[in-house]
Design a binder for this molecule. Structure first.
Ligand code: PMP
Length: 300
């Protein structure tokens, strides 16, 4: 495939990706035609935010919460919100409608916009808005059955992890360190306390109780954070928000991760050692079943 001027275009993960329709600054177009200026501050500084929304049966799941988080992230970075609530929903629905998959995950990104390179906020620029969608594959059966491996790592990210910023270098390096170790995800610690994974929240089960790290600026509050809390309540599973020391993770009965695309997944090996029984545990099994019921209800 050749790009403009006959030079090779950057490789796509799959050819079909290039045929997807994406949204950029007001227009729908094939992904292969979407272009942004190199002075976009998302490119230059990572100055932007994003959201990832799972879609089941063509309906965005927990849309209100994802929209609220996007608005909050924009506000924290003082980027003007380029669309009102109805406008965001319209964009997402239009993108979903243009693709053949019932289950998708929609990615939305807003950067501060294009300006001469200077760290300070430029005046009077228009935010860049980009959105795309991809088919949402079911979580692999082997991962559900056996759980996944994780490694523990120091959390080397900045101190505003509560903002869903596109500046993800710390997360990228952490994920790669996990992959290099043959694991699927990492579990990060700051000052001896559990924070989260590279792209997931982490949950500890101790004596039948689910422990969650505090929702502060050291973690991104996943939309599944609130959802799992609700599911624990409806299932009668004790739930506590508390600082979680390394030892509690090391000696957990069960560990779990949650994210938009992985839903809730058991971590059954940490740093090469089995977690609890080394198999997905009873709390995971109940929460996973409850999660599937919540999805089914949202589809209906
Ligand atoms: N933490 C981080 C750093 C993440 O990237 C994600 C995935 N967006 C999460 C937690 C989980 O968030 P959610 O449940 O909204 O996918």
């Amino acid at each position: 495939m050749n790009g403009p001027g006959g030079s090779p275009a950057p490789a796509m993960a799959t050819e079909t990706l290039a045929e997807q329709t994406v949204f950029l600054n007001g227009d729908f177009m094939p992904l292969s035609e979407a272009r942004i200026p190199v002075l976009d501050r998302g490119f230059i500084f990572g100055d932007g935010v994003y959201e990832v929304v799972p879609v089941y049966g063509r309906k965005p799941f927990r849309w209100a919460q994802h929209h609220a988080r996007l608005v909050r992230s924009l506000g924290e970075l003082r980027i003007d919100n380029p669309r009102d609530a109805a406008g965001w929903r319209e964009l997402v629905d239009a993108l979903i409608a243009r693709h053949p998959w019932d289950d998708q995950f929609v990615y939305m990104q807003v950067t501060r916009g294009v300006a001469k390179r200077d760290h300070g906020f430029p005046k009077g620029i228009v935010p860049t808005v980009f959105a795309m969608t991809s088919p949402l594959a079911p979580v692999p059966a082997a991962q559900l059955q056996n759980g996944v491996d994780a490694v523990s790592l120091p959390d080397q990210r900045w101190l505003r992890c509560d903002i869903k910023s596109v500046s993800l270098l710390g997360n990228v390096l952490a994920r790669q360190a996990a992959l290099d170790a043959g694991a699927v995800e990492c579990i990060m610690f700051r000052d001896g306390e559990l924070t989260e994974g590279s792209s997931s929240n982490i949950w500890v089960v101790q004596h039948g109780k689910v422990l969650a790290p505090p929702r502060d600026s050291r973690i991104l509050e996943g939309i599944r954070y609130g959802l799992l809390q609700e599911l624990c309540e409806s299932e009668g599973i004790p739930f506590e928000v508390t600082a979680i020391p390394r030892d509690a993770v090391r000696h957990a009965d069960e560990l779990m991760l949650s994210s938009a695309t992985k839903e809730v997944l058991a971590i059954t090996r940490l740093d090469g050692e089995p977690v609890g029984s080394g198999k997905p545990g009873p709390v995971f099994t109940r929460l996973h079943a409850a999660y599937q019921r919540a999805k089914a209800a949202a589809r209906a």
